[in-house]
Design a binder for this molecule. Sequence first.
Ligand code: ADP
Ligand code: MG
Length: 484
Amino acid sequence: MSAIIKGETGDWEIVIGMEVHAQITAQSKLFSGAATDFGSAPNSQVSLVDAAMPGMLPVLNEYCVEQAVRTGLGLNAQVNLHSVFERKNYFYPDLPQGYQISQFLHPIIGKGIIEIDLPNGETKEIGITRLHMEQDAGKSIHDQHPTKSFVDLNRSGCALMEIVSEPDLRGPEEACAYLTKLRMILRYLETCDGNLEEGSMRADVNVSVRKPGDELGTRCEIKNVNSIKAVQMAIEYESVRQVELIENGGKVKQETRLWDNAKGETRSMRSKEEAHDYRYFPDPDLLPLIIEQSFVDQLKQTLPELPDQKKHRFMESYGLGIYDATVLIMERSRADYYEEAAQNRDPKITANWVINELLGGLNKDGKTLDESPVSAKQLGELVGLISDKTISGKIAKDVFAEMMASGKNPAAIVDEKGLKQVTDTGAIEKIVDEVIAENPDNVAAYKGGKDKLFGFFVGQVLKKSGGKANPDMVNELLKQKLDQ
Ligand code: ADP
Ligand code: MG
């Protein structure tokens, strides 16, 4: 689905802005020393600060600040040397403090830019409005007891980055491309693991529609969209709902809506009138956060090569096309695997093998790259055997299948199974003569002008040689003999 909806009154444009909550990868929480591991026993990672015991004071985790600044640098954004933690007041059972400590008027990161990759190969710049740090809440559990609710405070106080985009996204495709790229950058930086299922990355999607060229329409914010596929479906549903509403004489109300994945629809959660008044004020327990430019500069030195830089380098130094480069840089570990395999090998052939055979094969076996039975070095060796004509590309596929099954080295498999390509002219000539002698009718037909039969002879010779005859030599010898 594109960014345009064809309504009864003409075209409508879909406008989207995203608020992404990304849990900061850190050993301990934003204001306490409690651990942050996912999936631990309920309430086993809760300090007195996280449980909001009276008299407890928050102490800022410097590592989390570093992670937020590194993320800001990765988003090409302005780092604010002065930022402020405020109290966002609301009552909810999973928030023992009665307020969330968050940055509001003075976030640590200001305006930035993300370049997204569109399916047609083009790119587009999306504005980042801000990134601020805040605490996560705990989790209420309602399905364990008929009359009681429980609370698990393990997540309470974990550090989050809220990353807000400008309403620059048009349509579901761009929204998905944005989330994909943002996740990629966070994972490259190792500032968030980007795990949508475990909730360490969560997106709120703001959707509105307008006639192209008009002012922005009224938006609805959709919560609870926890996969990239769900983001796409929620936008498709919500934008059509808004167009139909307006075309039937209604008006979009600014409200928060919930995505129901099972029903495939959004529904109203609370309207703007019911919105909380958070009564923000600077947290008196925390001083303003002042960082030095030298701290920022040092962190800049620690940034890895980011996805876009890597993509351009792969295209320039390995001569790869945009499609191959984009697939290879999707994960840092995948790019590293490729570079190791391609060392001293033909980079394009290696890229084909990584993308089509390796990733395809792993996918079929339900394995990740980490679990690959074939190491990067081994795959490189296989490419080497093709390039130096020890084996043909066709035989290489059989060798590769064996490597995937056994983890053995390609050279060992070629030796064991006697798969070495035959390049001995005498040996190939012998087979060519046999094939010609065995098929007098086809030879006559070929000589009579049925050129297409040439492929038949090539196939027969290769088959007789067990696929091992060098195809170029087979072609040449056949031509010589048949065209005599
Ligand atoms: P709030 O703090 O109430 O959530 P913001 O002004 O911070 O409001 O906006 C939140 C998100 O909504 C941002 O990602 C922004 O890009 C997006 N947004 C704002 N206006 C629109 C609109 N008309 N259509 C779609 N998204 C919008
Ligand atoms: Mg919001």
